[in-house]
Design a protein around this ligand. Structure first.
Ligand code: FE2
Length: 262
């Protein structure tokens, strides 16, 4: 069973692997942002595990998955200068490759290693299969929620303090000023995200909002509710009845999920 020391070894190797990307970069910010995102996802993961009363080894395994989940982001940005998987490579698959290559999970049992690799591989899928085993299902859903808690934090800060050199956060998509009617209507009706719509900044705002429908755990919903991110996400879109209805539906969903845990 995994111990806190196992986690500390993985944390050390994460910084050993990612540090050179920061040091070599002309602009280190995109890499530093991912290092900081990773540290915050680990904290969100601890919080989620505590909310579910998971035991020590399960919590350590989940935090280890959080620590390595975005390893692929570093070679992805170094090679392609983007975090858009569609324009480069699947960063989850890249990450699994780097995790295996760097041997950073080699001190774990085969079971823990496979669960973590599978959860990393699943962390950016549009949705999860219903047929995963109990341990993988739990780990994959935890990782997706912990990740989203900090994704909402990062994009909220970005939309509130836009910086022209940080456009990579929103894939350098341009703002055409149009209301993303189709994406908003589809999300309102299906409650499912469709990444093929993400061609403009406002469409991306709808896609990011749609991640709310993918959340699994009440504590994640409560954390995202506390961020008050929905008005920030939609603040950049000119007001319309459709957008107002979507914002309300998302808020209602978050509140219902958050309340289901108490
Ligand atoms: Fe992430």
């Amino acid at each position: 069973m995994m111990t806190h020391d196992d986690f500390l070894k993985i944390e050390k190797q994460f910084y050993a692997y990612t540090g050179p990307f920061v040091d070599r970069a002309e602009d280190p910010y995109p890499f530093v942002l991912k290092q900081e995102h990773t540290a915050r996802v680990c904290r969100a993961m601890e919080m989620l595990c505590a909310s579910l009363d998971l035991d020590g080894p399960e919590t350590v395994r989940a935090c280890a998955a959080a620590m390595v989940h975005d390893m692929g982001r570093f070679p992805q940005f170094a090679v392609f200068h983007t975090y858009a998987d569609a324009c480069s490579k699947n960063h989850a698959a890249l990450g699994c490759r780097e995790i295996v290559r760097s041997n950073m999970l080699s001190h774990l049992s085969v079971t823990d290693r496979q669960l973590i690799l599978r959860a990393v591989a699943l962390h950016n899928r549009p949705r999860l299969s219903q047929k995963l085993g109990r341990d993988l299902s739990l780990l994959a859903r935890l990782l997706r929620d912990a990740d989203k808690i900090d994704i909402f934090n990062v994009i909220k800060n970005h939309y509130l303090n836009p910086d022209s050199s940080h456009g990579f956060i929103t894939y350098n998509l341009h703002d055409d000023g149009k209301i993303p009617e189709t994406a908003a209507r589809v999300l309102l009706e299906t409650r499912q995200n469709d990444s093929s719509c993400v061609t403009t900044l406002n469409n991306m705002r709808i896609f990011q909002a749609g991640m709310i429908y993918d959340l699994n755990f009440p504590a994640a919903a409560a954390a995202i509710l506390d961020l008050e991110v929905i008005p920030v996400l939609f603040g950049g879109i000119s007001p319309s009845d459709l957008i107002t209805r979507l914002a309300q539906a998302l808020l209602d969903h978050l509140k219902a999920l958050a309340a289901s845990g108490s």
